[in-house]
Design a protein around this ligand. Sequence first.
Ligand code: SF4
Ligand code: SF4
Length: 391
Amino acid sequence: MKVERSVIMLNKKVAFIPCKTYQQNEVNQAVQQLLAELGGLAQYIKPGQKVLLKVNLLMKKPPEAAVTTHPALVEALVNQIQALGAKTIIADSPGGPFTKAWLKGIYQETGMVKVAKRTGAELNWNFEQQEFSYPEGRILKHITLAKIVKEADVVISLAKLKTHGFTIYTGAVKNLFGTIPGLLKADYHLRLDDVRDFSDMLVDIAQFVKPTLSIMDAVIAMEGPGPSAGEPKSVGLLAASENPHGLDLACCYIIGLNPEQVPTLQKAIARGLIPKNIRELDIRGIADEEFKPIPFKVPATSRSRHLPIPLPAKLDDFFYKLLRPKPIFIHKKCINCGLCARNCPPQCIEMIASKPQADLTRCIRCFCCQELCPEQAVEIKRSKLSRLIFR
Ligand code: SF4
Ligand code: SF4
């Protein structure tokens, strides 16, 4: 019988431990201290259990690009879990199809194959999916997940701290969008093109998956036009919490984002899953003087939201659509791979003479094209009017 996961969503404990590099010894030690701050890993895992490590493997990029969860963190976790007599499976359904052919190269490039070889951890090759009824969901009344997620006894979200063109920030909660198999994610983008609804859906997913623990790779994070085209930035921290929303609130504070800027935090606050104020969290493992924001460059989209004045819904919608930024394709950087066109939720990108052209009247501004472009050939631009209004 499956053990009921013991997540306490109102848990306010968030632990931080300095970790300046990805040298394996330093990461091992930092992970041990981090988990000790929360009471130790043994309280969550029993011998013989199957523990799924939901890593962020967004795309085929090497660890130093800071796009994906670093393999040194994954290896440290695997070793500690296996020392408790449990099995580990490393899994993600990143952008693109959820197939063996797609995942093989990603596991290789992101360093997961090496982790599996060194530790004996399994890489997930199960591409089945399963639909569940979810009457408590605010946005989703049914949810389709990679089957492996619900088969695991324990799920640990191993997220990467980054800014994000669509949701402004990606961390513990957004990482769980990768439990939705492959191209189904595009359907969710299509159905929920307003970032506020999309973010409420992300909160639904987090509540349904119920990770037992969430851990943030913030040793080297990403700022600017993340989650793939930004710049690596050293933060020198690992963080963890039983509450993925609390972990995100604390990590957003560290990178200088307030909850009003981050729609997933707004939705979690509205549902009572976290306090409004960072001061109400129980921050551990780090001295007060070290728990300070390191301001990050934010994506252009963060200053192009709804007008800061109350307007009737239709007018608000009109201005929102008028002022929102758009994707621009830089053809001289483009290698004609067609990934953007194949993964555009409304299929509004056409490859014309081998180069992408988007029909912006149908574009829902999900910025999946930017997220998945391996060459950083998609930029998100704000209009002059938007720059004038939202400075
Ligand atoms: S813009 Fe990027 S994703 Fe699209 S075809 Fe060019 S290289 Fe590929
Ligand atoms: S063109 Fe880009 S931003 Fe627009 S809908 Fe397609 S993937 Fe999303």
